[in-house]
Design a protein around this ligand. Structure first.
Ligand code: UD1
Ligand code: UDP
Length: 349
């Protein structure tokens, strides 16, 4: 039987891998590798538990570090795994250091690489993820794009072979797990009323450094509405380092699992975020999004009038929360929620 090595290691990658590994398992033996880039249970194990992901065969336990340290540790530890497993495909997801390192190791071993979420670009190379995207796409054999825009981005870089538009596996996850999230009591557990609060997330590199972090703390703390902020550990560390704290009506809670997050999102009046994945999920669940960045890779959500970019500008944040995006319709932008089956068929059909 054919064999696939699926490499995860960060919170959003579990969400992407969950539907795809099920679809791949119909065609091939799926061997899971977890780099351990994320290791806190609420950023890693909870996703295995909630999304029914099989425990990984290989845990690389690389932990945190500088970009070079993390990438180097993954490279060193994944190479013997890839040699021993000798898979037909190495599947990588998104744009993290785990994606980059797995891609580099597989490419040097001549193992074909399938990149899920290919072709995304912010056109900002100061963003670590943009570097990871460009290198990963340059080395991938099959490039699975969520939309026409991402395929066009690849074509503009001269990458046309192996490119297919399949939709977004996060739409698959929303389709599959959204109904289960309906059973979550996360909203009422926090004493909140659906439609009456803002959900927020902040973790992007640029937003966890000054002056952006201080501006965001001030802007969110000044909002005249309840704000729930499941805090990414990177942001928690940055607040501590800078001696900053959210105030006003911001309720800081620990990171929550996918089902709780989905429930909080579906109940929110709007999402305030710098997350890539959460921007899309807001769209899937028809929740307006206010993005705390100057650019987005998910340009279609802005084009559809469902997402607005406000950066770290306090006045723009307050104005967008008071008058959030309100599109007339929410047409499917990233496929029909069956991207995983298309990817599996493309690799093994
Ligand atoms: C990483 C990805 C980012 C992705 C995000 C998803 C890269 C370059 N960045 O960012 O693209 O959007 O994951 O959440 O790959 N930490 C903990 N516990 C953990 C993990 C991290 O406390 O389990 C803290 C550590 O202080 C660490 C910091 O968070 O130094 C940053 O972690 P890192 O994995 O470098 O980047 P993320 O911000 O999580
Ligand atoms: N998410 C979660 N709990 C949280 C915050 C986010 O389960 O407290 C999920 C969210 O539903 C989405 C993913 O994590 O599927 C997004 O990950 P993140 O924002 O960390 O990374 P990005 O998408 O920006 O790379």
């Amino acid at each position: 039987m054919a064999k696939v090595v699926s490499v995860v290691g960060n919170r959003p990658q579990y969400v992407k891998a969950a539907p795809l590994c099920v679809a791949l398992a119909a065609h091939a033996t799926v061997v899971g590798v977890d780099t351990g880039q994320h290791y806190d249970p609420e950023l890693s194990q909870i996703f295995y538990d909630e999304l029914g992901i099989a425990p990984p065969e290989h845990r690389l336990a690389v932990g945190s570090g500088t970009h070079a340290e993390m990438t180097a540790r993954i490279l060193e530890r994944i190479e013997p795994v890839l040699i021993a497993e000798a898979p037909d495909w190495c599947v990588v997801y998104g744009d993290t250091n785990s994606t980059l390192a797995a891609t580099l190791a597989a490419a040097k071993l001549g193992i074909p690489i399938a990149h899920v979420e290919a072709g995304l670009r912010s056109f900002d190379r100061s963003m670590p993820e943009e570097v990871n995207r460009v290198v990963t796409d340059g080395l991938s054999t099959e490039l699975f794009c969520p939309s026409q825009t991402s395929a066009d981005n690849l074509a503009a870089e001269g990458i046309v072979n192996g490119v297919s538009i399949v939709g977004d596996v996060m739409a698959d996850a929303a389709r599959l797990f959204g109904p289960i999230a309906e059973r979550s009591t996360a909203v009422t557990d926090l004493g909140l009323t659906a439609g009456d609060y803002v959900l927020a997330t902040i973790h992007r590199d640029a937003n966890t450094r000054q002056p952006a972090l201080g501006r965001l703390v001030a802007a969110l703390s000044a909002l005249d509405c309840d704000v729930v902020l499941p805090l990414h550990p990177r942001t928690a560390a940055a607040l501590e380092r800078e001696g900053l704290a959210f105030a006003g009506r911001v309720r800081v809670i620990p990171p929550v699992g996918y089902l709780e997050f989905t429930a909080l999102l579906r109940g929110a009046r709007l999402l305030l975020t710098d997350s890539g994945g959460a921007q899309k999920e807001a769209y899937f669940h028809a929740v307006p999004c206010v993005t705390l960045r100057d650019r987005t890779e998910w340009v279609e959500t802005v084009g559809a009038g469902a997402n607005v970019l406000v950066g770290d500008d306090a006045a723009a944040i307050v104005a967008a929360v008071a008058d959030p995006p309100s599109p007339a319709a929410w047409p499917a932008l990233y496929g029909d929620g069956h991207a995983a089956e298309r990817i599996a068929s493309a690799l093994f059909g």
